[in-house]
Design a protein around this ligand. Structure first.
Ligand code: GDP
Length: 369
């Protein structure tokens, strides 16, 4: 499964947020079979109102949401790239993730010490992004050295040239303080450097951690959030406003009380589900559905996957023996109240091997065994 790493300076609310994500997952885990959680890995459900709609049409017994994994990555401090703190371990952990969720402290609280002495999101971001960039530069220079060394067969030389060209572009971007993800790589170049696990190449989200008062207006009156949004817009990075503390406290409350409290705050949740959804989409993931009397289920695929590849997510046999996918767009399925209605209305399409699955498709696979 794809994983997002939660990073940030000490005391910004990472653990609080991670625990809230995990507790929330546990609370809803009743019909969810894969909930084995390692201490720092949490499997989190992606809330999706479409599931309930489909399951009521199909009369499904079970309802199984998509999930995404979060990893709590502690230990990022100034100097981490030079091995300060838990430096190297930290870098290894983060290298293994597919996206980064950077928690940024946007709440004031004199009782909670800030490592730099004051709350300043832009400073915090700079410290973290610099550590990630320095770690990347080290990987890049080692790799360049290796690629430039020695004689090689013609096809290998060509591959190496491609990778070197990509590394040059990335180096320029990083040295300009912008991170590898802003480098204008071609598709082939992006593939060539994928294995290096460059940290600033990973998709990024900023989670602005705020107090309860800032939830209703999404931090519009919080100067820290405003500054963060401005910076994020320049970087092309998404900001999600969340209150780790509210989410943690919600998990402690009985359902009714939790609901009342949220209503008094003028919100429907503390931002957690927005964060999960944003992460899912930042990871390049999308959902298709299967639905029937037994269950309605959301399946996770990468954007651009074909119908056989999507079938393979359910079972490898489905991919190998793929014949066709009976396909109905979500809206058509709802409008026509299910399979039979959609078929009669001509909204059921028979799609073949080349079909690229679309967000929200309701699929039924036909395959040879
Ligand atoms: P980490 O070091 O980044 O993992 O930070 P923690 O999650 O341990 O949080 C550090 C402290 O900040 C804890 O005492 C939290 O209760 C507190 N904290 C986290 N989020 C908030 C928040 O939104 N508002 C306030 N006032 N305190 C928070």
């Amino acid at each position: 499964a794809l994983q997002a790493g939660i990073v940030g300076l000490p005391n910004v609310g990472k653990s609080t947020l991670f625990n809230a994500l995990v507790e929330n997952g546990k609370a809803q885990a009743a019909n969810f079979p894969f909930c084995t959680i390692e201490p720092n890995v949490g499997i989190v459900q992606v809330e999706d109102p479409r599931l309930a709609v489909l399951s009521s049409i199909s009369g499904s017994k079970d309802l199984i949401p998509a999930t995404v994994e979060f990893v709590d990555i502690a230990g990022l401090v100034k100097g981490a790239s030079k091995g300060e703190g838990m430096g190297n371990q930290f870098l290894t952990n983060i290298r293994n993730t597919d996206a980064i969720c950077q928690v940024v402290r946007c709440f004031e609280d004199d009782d909670i010490v800030h490592v730099a002495g004051k709350v300043d999101p832009l400073d915090d971001i700079d410290v973290i992004n610099l550590e990630l960039a320095l770690a990347d530069l080290e990987v890049i220079s080692k790799r360049q050295e290796r690629l430039r060394k020695g004689k090689k067969a013609a096809d290998q030389a060509e591959k190496d040239e491609l990778e070197l060209a990509a590394l040059d572009k990335i180096q320029v971007a990083i040295e300009a303080g912008k991170g590898a993800r802003t480098a204008p790589l071609t598709k082939d170049e992006a593939v060539a450097v994928k294995g290096l696990g460059l940290l600033t190449l990973k998709p990024l989200i900023y989670a602005a951690n705020v107090t309860e008062d800032d939830l209703a207006d999404q931090g519009a009156n919080n100067t820290h959030v405003q500054a963060l949004r401005k910076r994020a817009a320049e970087e092309g990075v998404q900001v999600v406003v969340v209150s780790a503390k509210v989410e943690a406290e919600l998990n402690e409350l009985p359902k009714e009380e939790a609901k009342e409290w949220l209503e008094s705050l003028g919100v429907t949740d503390g931002g957690l589900s927005s964060l999960v959804r944003a992460t899912y989409s930042t990871l390049g993931l999308q959902t298709y559905f299967t639905t029937g009397e037994k269950e309605t289920r959301a399946w996770t695929i990468r954007k651009g996957m074909t119908a056989p590849q999507a079938a393979g997510v359910i079972h490898t046999d489905f991919e190998k023996g793929f014949i066709r996918a009976e396909t109905i767009a979500f809206n058509d399925f709802v409008k026509n109240k299910g399979y039979t209605g959609s078929k009669e209305a001509g909204s059921l399409r028979l799609e073949g091997k080349e079909y690229v699955v679309q967000e929200g498709d309701v699929l039924l696979f036909r395959f040879n065994v």
